[in-house]
Design a binder for this molecule. Structure first.
Ligand SMILES: [Zn+2]
Ligand SMILES: [Zn+2]
Length: 343
């Protein structure tokens, strides 16, 4: 097959199809994908929670790294052989969000790899304006983690987190772990709250302080650390009611709470604490170009070593098994699909 692509047919089933290769139009490049990670969103789609949005012909994949192999007319700054990642946001360019500098959360946003075809295939043709070049020392496998790290960088930036502040991250999946590592790189005092012992062990191995809220009283721990002040910043990444209960209970006076998790059901929120401590609740969704720049800096400089987060690699032909083995598996963090073997 010249251009194998994993097409999602619905019902937990992928079909590997040889797709026609799309030549890049003006302003576009054709990439050869080396690695593409499986995101929590991909898993949601796989589990049938997004059927109406996805259909039965979609190619998922947005946590990718690859190489430019063909350059369209009028593309400046990129050449064949350049190693890149893609910021997978296709905005409309003319809506209240786009017109006010918030193109990343455009009212008509198409998320590439969900609303349009993504990178679980050999060749992907995309607008060059979405590319970010990789530093020389960053491997293509590690670079597949740039996109989720950009999510973390955006969350930390939205929190206005400063060095020396106390931050609590609730939920130690891939994004929670990356937020904790990013917050630590900013010089914050970080505690990660996670209920799965394997994830706690992995976080500890990455140099994070991780505790189990079922065994440790997290509010008491943070009060003890901060002289009863509480956490300056709380990241809610668990998507659970106990996480939402903890976030208001643990936040300091004028503490900032960043809502990272996608809550499928409306949780009960203790609004009294917002009044009592003048708390601030901050929404955070995807990322802006500067968050990709920051993620590339964090990974390229070695400030964050993502190798420990990559818990599995599988070839494209085994993508169905890779998704199946991630389902309900809290022992795994990030699975990469190897598409073509990059260096
Ligand atoms: Zn993702
Ligand atoms: Zn727009």
């Amino acid at each position: 097959m010249n251009n194998p692509a994993a097409v999602y047919r619905g019902d937990g089933h992928f079909e590997i199809v040889d797709q026609p290769v799309a030549a890049p139009g003006p302003g576009e490049v054709r990439l050869e994908i080396a690695f593409c990670g499986i995101c929590g969103t991909d898993l949601h789609a796989y589990l049938g929670h997004m059927d109406a949005r996805i259909g039965d012909q979609r190619v998922f994949g947005h946590e990718m790294a690859g190489t430019v192999v063909e350059v369209g007319e009028g593309v400046d700054g990129y050449r064949c052989g350049d190693r890149v990642v893609v910021r997978p946001l296709d905005n409309c360019g003319d809506c209240p969000a786009c017109n006010n500098g918030h193109a990343h959360i455009c009212h008509n946003l198409k998320f590439m790899g969900i609303d349009t075809d993504g990178a679980f295939k050999r060749f992907w043709t995309v607008p060059a304006k979405l590319l970010h070049a990789l530093p020389d020392n960053l491997s293509l496998a590690a670079a597949a983690l740039v996109e989720p790290t950009a999510v973390a960088a955006h969350d930390v930036r939205r929190a206005r987190l400063k060095a020396g502040e106390c931050a609590l991250v609730i939920g130690g999946g891939p994004i929670g772990t990356l937020i904790a590592l990013t917050a630590k790189a900013e010089g914050a005092d970080v505690i990660l709250s996670e209920i799965n012992s394997t994830r706690i062990r992995m976080a500890n191995a990455m140099g994070l302080e991780a505790v189990n809220p079922l065994e440790t009283d997290v509010v008491a721990l943070i009060n003890e650390r901060t002289g009863n002040k509480g956490a300056d910043v709380v990241f809610e990444v668990s998507g659970s009611q106990p996480g939402v209960d903890l976030m208001t209970e643990v936040a300091a006076t004028r503490g900032r709470i960043v809502m990272v998790a996608i809550h499928a059901n409306r949780p009960l929120v203790d609004m009294f604490r917002f009044f009592w401590r003048e708390l601030e609740l901050i929404g955070a969704r995807v990322y802006e170009p500067e968050d990709f720049d920051r993620a590339l800096e964090l990974l390229g400089s070695g400030a964050i070593d993502v190798d420990a987060i990559i818990t599995d690699k599988q070839p494209l032909e085994r993508i169905g098994d890779a998704f199946a083995s991630l389902t309900g598996n809290a022992e795994a963090l990030k699975t990469l699909i190897t598409i073509t073997q990059g260096e």
